[in-house]
Design a protein around this ligand. Structure first.
Ligand code: ATP
Ligand code: MG
Ligand code: MG
Ligand code: MG
Length: 439
């Protein structure tokens, strides 16, 4: 992409409404624009990151054997009356009346709709196990939308639902989700810690939240510091193996780690004092096993091997896709701007032309740009007629992992500069070597 033809409305001044760094940087880098409280437009740069995050989520879900679907954002209230949640859900639910005076709602979550799909089409235990998921917009009329996309009212969530014959099978699905979430967050450059949590309005007492530690997090958490040493890494896992998934769950959940809702002072005190930590965290996902809480009232049953009908065991599993942008920036920025992890960066590399309009510099930049594109390295070329300082400031603000700086003086010796955004280190080398280094 050539910056002269792109739409990147960066802000020079810090926006006053932003209280935390990720919100400030997303506005300044021209990633989002607020349209109403907690409701945002996604501008091109923000949309690129959102899409990359979605791509990772899709890949990891499908690697674990889960099947994508897409459900509507607008749901019928009748389905929620069947489950008994229509009245219970409260003011967070945006309730709508259509022209025929029918009660509708903008879905805050989808347990009812997915169970409705299941009961219409699945009859036999032979069709199980089944896990369906989607990435779709949700609406929750949060009492205090704030911190930009971190606590929006309209937000993008991956929500998945497993259907199993027995509790044991459903717990395997739960463990499988835990493993796939560990992989998902690590690919985004994040360390998200599974912690014992509370079921809330989704229900069920078997649940973990995934938290990214950050001072600006809204959750209070308590944990054994040993847990922050754990990484999933690139180990191979067979998602069908009950033992392997169970072992990962045990490894990642055996040390004390709880949100304030389930915090137990007496248990916590059994952790050696020097390892006891209390901190703040951002909830980027949650997994639940809730048994037959929805399948019973909604009649989602299958015929078992013995010929008898039984309600299926279910769980649901959410990832805060749009919230993740905020969480990643909270975890990865400096005083100049965002520092994108490679896995989610909107462009892989920026090219800065120090002397726009100078023939040999322009053609060297064009050649580098074309070569990077040909290799699928997704460059953003700042080809505007602007000061070098301003170009550097923009590149630093939007946080691309690499910058190639091209100027007439270096080119005279066939040299460009390659700069790492994370370390700030710059090396001189030929354009060819710089391109090779980025592959
Ligand atoms: P919170 O405690 O932050 O209100 P939640 O527990 O109500 O979140 P879940 O029902 O567990 O949310 O939804 C799954 C995920 O969706 C959450 O882990 C979070 O990452 C994301 N999420 C929930 N509410 C919002 C919101 N208002 N804005 C952005 N993301 C959200
Ligand atoms: Mg909530
Ligand atoms: Mg929560
Ligand atoms: Mg939650």
């Amino acid at each position: 992409m050539r910056l002269s033809r792109y739409f990147l409305p960066v802000l020079k001044e810090d926006p006053k409404e932003a209280q935390i760094v990720s919100h400030r940087l997303m506005l300044r880098a021209g990633m989002i624009k607020q349209q109403s409280a907690g409701i945002y437009s996604w501008l091109p740069l923000g949309l690129r990151v959102l899409n990359r995050i979605q791509q990772i989520v899709h890949e990891e879900q499908q690697r674990a054997g889960h099947i994508p679907v897409l459900m509507p954002t607008i749901q019928s209230a009748d389905l929620w009356r069947e489950s008994g949640r229509y009245d219970d859900y409260g003011d967070e639910m945006l309730r709508i009346t259509d022209r025929h005076k029918r009660d509708m709602l903008y879905g805050p979550t989808n347990e009812e709709v997915i169970t409705d799909i299941f009961r219409a089409h699945v009859n036999s235990y032979k069709d199980l196990p089944l896990t369906l998921y989607q990435i779709q917009w949700k609406f929750r009329d949060e009492i205090r939308p704030r911190f930009g996309v971190m606590r929006g009212r309209e937000f993008l969530m991956k929500d998945g639902y497993n259907f199993d014959l027995t509790k044991e099978d459903a717990l395997h699905a739960y463990n499988r989700h835990l493993v796939s979430y560990l992989r998902t967050y690590e690919r985004m450059g994040l360390r998200a810690i599974p912690m014992r949590a509370d079921g809330g309005p989704i229900g069920g007492d078997y649940t973990h939240e995934f938290l990214v530690l950050a001072e600006t997090g809204e959750s209070e958490v308590f944990y054994d510091s040993q847990i922050t040493d754990l990484t999933f890494g690139d180990r191979e896992i067979d998602y069908d193996s009950v033992e392997q998934c169970q072992a990962v769950l045990e490894e990642f959940t055996s040390r004390y780690a709880r949100t304030d809702e389930t915090h137990d002072e007496a248990l916590f005190n059994q952790v050696p004092e020097e390892r006891r930590r209390s901190a703040r965290g951002i909830e980027v996902g949650q997994i639940f096993y809730f048994g037959t809480k929805y399948s019973e009232p909604l009649g989602a049953t299958v015929v078992g091997p013995d010929g008898a009908r039984t309600p299926v065991h279910m769980g649901s599993h959410g990832i805060g896709v749009s919230r993740l942008l905020g969480a990643i920036i909270e975890a990865s920025h400096d005083d100049k701007g965002i520092v994108w992890p490679e896995g989610v960066t909107p462009f892989h590399v920026g090219i800065v032309n120090l002397k726009q309009g100078d023939n040999s510099t322009d053609s060297a930049c064009d050649a580098i740009y074309a070569e990077l594109q040909a290799r699928g390295l997704d460059p953003l070329y700042d080809d505007r007629d602007d000061r070098a300082g301003a170009k550097f400031a923009t590149m630093d603000l939007i946080g691309l992992p690499w910058r190639i700086t091209v100027g007439p003086r270096g080119l005279a010796a066939n040299k460009v500069e390659l700069t790492s955004r994370r370390t700030g280190e710059t090396e001189e080398m030929s354009p060819k070597d710089a391109i090779a280094r980025l592959e």
